[in-house]
Design a protein around this ligand. Structure first.
Ligand code: NAI
Length: 360
């Protein structure tokens, strides 16, 4: 079979650090194994436009592997008009929105991801981002690097997490783990908004309360963390209109997908001071263009921006888990065995998961 992988370039770092498995150079650690089985394995980071290696190799590819960190966007057009032989699209990681899932269903392509592989990695990152924003860490560090020392300029916008209301929009594997990690901070309340309620025992374990109306949920949170997949129901969800329901001075952390938030609406809300901070590692296009407003936007006090490149789910620990998980998915596929059910996003022309929106 022909297997095509789109992975980010590791360069010198990947040569020096072999545990950077999810890179162009280290090929998810799959090369020798796939070759020993007689498969052709092509790996590229060149993914944009009709002349890219990705699009040129796609027509006779049987299995595509991509990561959310450097997504090979498998659009409906590519699925319908170029991916003639594609049977399986594997996400080495979590989050398969870079594949047009409805088009994959039309063509009965299986889409599978390594569910759970980096959920702890992301949950830890969210807690870090929340603390960085609420405590005004980044401007404080920048001040030190500049050689300045004006405590009041930082302290005027630094708060404790204790006593704040934190809510997660989407409370699946990551959202739940974020709230669980926050239980030690004596927050005023931990809330969640999700069409799928947590099991009662899980709700009780972390002392979380479900709010069923999105506007009410937003109006109650001091800190909002977004942990829902990107699908038709969440694309552009956090727009100018919705932001009006967010408490003035709230902080937003989005490590789910950039396109859940409207680029300009977020920038304007931060610059006007309606929200006090925005952090996360996901962007509406990746890599983000150099002039993307989220790189440099600031609140009126010159802080409130905790954006990073997309790396929360690609720690070295996570890379090992999603490389192993990718191999397991391929192994099962080659042997004609069933996939682990939680890993399957779409198969046999339909959604196998309830996480990508409410459908009949
Ligand atoms: P999950 O499938 O365990 O949970 C997702 C939850 O979101 C489900 O409970 C679902 O009911 C809920 N949901 C879906 N649509 C919703 C909506 N419109 N409103 C409210 N809730 C909604 O997924 P998991 O593992 O928690 O991951 C969530 C997302 O996080 C992934 O789909 C991916 O986009 C992102 N992610 C980001 C990573 C990073 O490196 N930044 C790494 C891993 C995941």
């Amino acid at each position: 079979m022909k297997i095509l992988a789109v992975l980010y370039k590791g360069g010198k770092a990947a040569v020096e650090e072999p545990r950077l498995l999810g890179t162009l150079e280290n090929r998810l650690g799959l090369s020798d194994w796939l070759q020993s089985l007689g498969h052709e394995f092509i790996v590229t980071d060149d993914k944009e436009g009709p002349e890219s290696v990705f699009q040129k190799e796609l027509p006779d590819t049987d299995i595509l592997i991509t990561t959310p960190f450097h997504p090979g966007y498998l659009t409906g057009d590519l699925i319908r008009n170029k991916a003639h032989k594609l049977k399986l699209a594997v996400t080495a990681g979590v989050g398969s929105d870079h594949v047009d899932l409805n088009a994959a269903n039309e063509k009965k392509i299986i889409v599978a991801e390594v569910t759970g592989s980096n959920v702890v990695s992301v949950a830890e990152h969210v807690v870090m981002d929340i603390l960085a924003l609420v405590r005004n860490l980044i401007p404080a560090h920048e001040m030190i690097e500049r050689g300045d020392w004006v405590v009041a300029d930082i302290a005027r916008n630094a708060f404790d997490l204790e006593g704040k209301v934190v809510g997660t929009l989407g409370c699946g594997r990551i959202g739940f783990r974020v709230l669980k990690r926050l239980t030690g901070f004596d927050c005023k309340e931990l809330l969640y908004y999700d069409y799928a309620p947590l099991p009662a025992a899980a709700e009780k374990e972390i002392g979380a309360r479900r709010v069923e109306d999105l506007h009410e949920f937003l109006g109650q949170c001091d800190i909002i963390t977004i942990n829902a997949p990107l699908h038709e129901g969440t694309r552009g969800l956090v727009n100018k209109e919705l932001l009006q329901h967010v408490k003035k001075g709230a902080w937003i952390v989005n490590t789910a997908r950039g396109a859940i938030c409207d680029r300009i609406a977020i920038k304007e809300a931060l610059e006007s001071g309606h929200i006090n901070g925005y952090a996360g590692d996901v962007w509406d296009v990746q890599p983000a263009p150099k002039d993307h407003p989220w790189r440099t936007m600031k609140n009126p006090l010159g802080g409130g921006n905790g954006m990073t490149p997309h790396y929360s789910g690609t720690t070295l620990d996570a890379q090992k888990r999603y490389a192993d998980g990718t191999r397991d998915i391929l192994e099962r596929f080659f042997k004609g065995e069933d996939q682990i059910p939680a890993n399957v996003i779409v198969a046999d022309g339909g959604y196998a998961t309830k996480a990508y929106g409410q459908r009949k």
